[in-house]
Design a protein around this ligand. Sequence first.
Ligand code: XIL
Length: 361
Amino acid sequence: MKSVLFILILMLTGPLNLDTYHGRNENAMRFKGSEPVVTCGRSGLCRKADFPIGVAVDVSKLIRDTDYRNLIVSEFNSITAEQSMKASVLHPGKDNYNFNETDFLIDFCRQHNMRLHGHTLVWYKGIPKWMEKFKGDKNAWDVLLKDHIQTVVGHCRGRVRSWDVVNEAFNDDGSLRESIWLKNMGPEYIEKAFRYAAEADPSAMLFYNDFDLESRPEKLKAVVNYFRSLKAKGVKIDGIGMQMHISITFPYLTDINLAAMQIEEAGFAVHYSEFDITMVKTGKLWMMNKHLLRLQEERIKEVVAAYKNLKPQSRFGITMWGLSDADSWLYDKNDHDRPLLFDTKNRVKPAYCGFLKGLTE
Ligand code: XIL
């Protein structure tokens, strides 16, 4: 009797929404009831913006996957390599550099009139094994750092527009993060890295890049003060990358804007360098429905719209950290997260419409 009643209720109210959007029911994202969830079509984001719109790419996918390549060329005008320009790929042996993927990207960008942003010269991760194990005094480490930076930047001179010279060197409390560089060279490694990069290509724009600058005031303050004083000493540093790995609920837009404005006020260009908007909270994907996708759309719209309030010369651009949700570093790590503008089949998501509205409205 109970089950008959249950089936009757189901028939009257429609199926229970147990869809967590794990690829099992992709269409659920596009239509719920009669209302279309996606309210716009593809229209070439980079042609709607007066600042560069970038995407992090996987070079092997760019070579073999035509859809991926075409979508990138039609929507974006700036490229960051997700892996290919990290030391682990570029510098596999002490006397061995490998520029195959970088050269591919240089050609690709030239062919399609896109900007190439180099990521990243000095980081505590993404280091080849031999470098991690390297033994030597401060001077030997200095020689190693200089050789790495000047060989890489020298090779790309005039062809790579800008570099993340140092990535993620600060802790949340504003202190310097432990790394092979800090351990072996002391805090001066940061200044040296910028000097070596500027010597190797005086025309490249040089960035410091980090995460959570919008949500950790102490970290932001330490970073801005540090690079303001380096600049005052005559070191070339042009901008600061806010990675912008944010979520649909956190942090407040006000905090994001305040961070960007403080960076601008200190005289630096602002790059939203690795933008994605996670839909995961404490390890679990929120139950996917149109309301959640709308929240992500609104979130992107407000962030992009507010970015336009920066001065034109401060707007280095907004770079998405991957093309489709399936390409995202968070997809596997985070319960099939949905943090980007295109779904796992490269179709426009509400998030894409949010980006477009943020640019145009
Ligand atoms: C990540 C890539 O997305 C992953 O695929 C890779 O396994 C590790 O690196 N901050 C950065 C990026 O500066 O280089 C990181 O990219 C993500 C966090």
